[in-house]
Design a protein around this ligand. Sequence first.
Ligand code: KG4
Ligand code: ZN
Length: 326
Amino acid sequence: MERPDGLILGIETSCDETAAAVITTDGEIKSNVVASQAELHAAFGGVVPEIASRRHLELIAPVVREALSEAGVTLDDLDRVAVTQGPGLIGALLVGIAAAKALAWSRRLPLAPVDHLRGHVASLSLQPAPVAPPFLCLLASGGHTLLIDVREDGTQHVLGSTLDDAAGEAFDKGARLLGLGYPGGREIDQLARAGDSKAFDFPVARVPGLDFSFSGLKTALLYATRDLSSERLAERRADLAASYQRAIVRALVERVREAAEQTGAERIAVVGGVAANSELRAGLREAALAPLELCTDNAAMIASAGRFVEPVPYPGYLGLDAYASR
Ligand code: KG4
Ligand code: ZN
């Protein structure tokens, strides 16, 4: 049988998704398996790091096995392993890194350590519609909100970031105040469709430069809900969700447009979990948007970024460590 050319196994365990994927060196996705632990953490209203690490330990081997089997390959067919090195929960990251080291070592493969945020950006360079730089990239996830100037040669320059909460964090905290489940972004997105986005006038923080701020918005929602009885809150929940979402989306869209104007960027791209938001997608219709399944954490994007980093040759990576923040 002919050996498939240039295959990369990607592994991602930075937060509460255990993920493995197989892609080709030209960015074709052969498999993309994501085991979400969201239900496990929902009872606590957020990710519990120790529970996440333990669950990654249970899931990593079956998830990798499924990714290989779905791609119709074995470890012997691989040319490289790519793994998220950081930023993220340290215990969670270490599970993926240990698995990646062991798998790469067992076949004497090189190992590519990948920055999770670069992974999100690299979700855009997968088939069937890869987006080539230069572009202005909004990365909005649960942990980060960044505006990145991605230059023609692939180098990345951060133009702005959040001064407090990330956009996804604002969605999650807002959902909690509204009594919705975790993770909250998708719940608010769905509920907002039934609400009036002009019902409440939530502020959009104006901070200098190209930075973002979402903590004031969260406080405004807290005050709005605090004054309502539980019955009244139930009646107004969709309106609150719609108004709150509108404020977050407006803040993101306005900043992206300002940055595009300042840098003269001809192309805008949006990645990260919040890029799955329907109102944001509608608000930046002209932008290159990662497909929905590649917006939230996955390993195809990590494998994709693994194409662009210098891999550590066998066996030099055995001492490789995780990092919690950039
Ligand atoms: O990129 P991601 O999967 O993980 C991080 O790297 O943080 O992003 C997760 C975040 C969560 O905060 C979640 O609430 C948010 O993305 N999210 C959404 C939507 N789907 C996920 N936010 C708004 N609308 C959505 N449809
Ligand atoms: Zn992420």
